[in-house]
Design a protein around this ligand. Structure first.
Ligand code: IMP
Length: 214
């Protein structure tokens, strides 16, 4: 049996500079009573994402923060993978928005690419790989995915990134039209995670946390 290292410390670095992700990770970690500090608050540099998989990039970020801060760090590498585009933008989801982080443009690029293939409503999934790293170099990974339709035009102004063009299966609304609670899957009053990040996070809490309070 594979043994997952437990997180015994009560202080954690969120190894991200992406405000949308930080907000969601803070939300998800909220009930567990951790003292949280972000990489930005510690003035830690953002490492270049040179990996070729979500796992490699998640590890690059978590390890850089854990080693610099001298405490465990949690990162998320995520993206939207569109089936008809062979998984693009995938690990390059942030890069498609360019240096100005222009997500209306990036969503337009996804739509254009689908149009070129004469596809109106594509299918795809959001993927999140959460990596927990310790200063000694140990890492654990947790992957969450959620399938859905790629819709056009974009709908909703909640959430971040590609949320307005992603409608998860079984729902009539896009992530952009959902409250944070709905996107996490908390709204239905069940212990069922909905978003890719909430699904990865659930695995993390089940396998890594001791004495969980929620
Ligand atoms: P990275 O993990 O920092 O390389 O960036 C992931 C990118 O994927 C984000 O900048 C978003 O564009 C996109 N993304 C990841 N998760 C979500 C989500 O929950 N909603 C919308 N877009 C997301």
């Amino acid at each position: 049996m594979i043994k997952v290292r437990k997180l015994t410390e009560k202080k954690l670095v969120i190894a991200s500079h992406n405000q949308g992700k930080i907000r969601e990770l803070r939300d998800l970690l909220g009930p567990y009573g951790y003292e949280l500090v972000t990489a930005g608050e510690l003035d830690l540099e953002e490492p270049e994402e040179t990996g070729l998989t979500f796992e490699e990039n998640a590890a690059l970020k978590a390890l850089a923060s854990a080693r610099s801060a001298g405490m465990p760090a949690l990162s998320d590498d995520s993206g939207l993978a569109v089936d008809a585009l062979d998984g693009a933008p995938g690990i390059y989801s942030a890069r498609w928005a360019g240096p100005d982080k222009d997500f209306p443009m990036a969503m337009g690029l996804v739509h254009e690419a689908l149009q070129k293939k004469a596809i109106d409503d594509g299918r795809g999934r959001f993927v999140s790989v959460i990596c927990l790293a310790w200063p000694d170099g140990h890492v654990e990974y947790f992957r969450g995915e959620v399938e859905g339709a790629i819709v056009w035009p974009p709908r909703g102004d909640q959430g971040f990134g590609y949320d307005p063009i992603f409608q998860p299966d079984g729902y009539e609304t896009t992530f952009g039209e959902m409250s944070a609670e709905e996107k996490h899957g908390w709204k239905r009053g069940q212990d069922v995670a909905l978003s890719h990040r909430a699904r990865a996070f659930k695995l993390f809490t089940e396998q890594c946390l001791e004495g969980r309070s929620a």
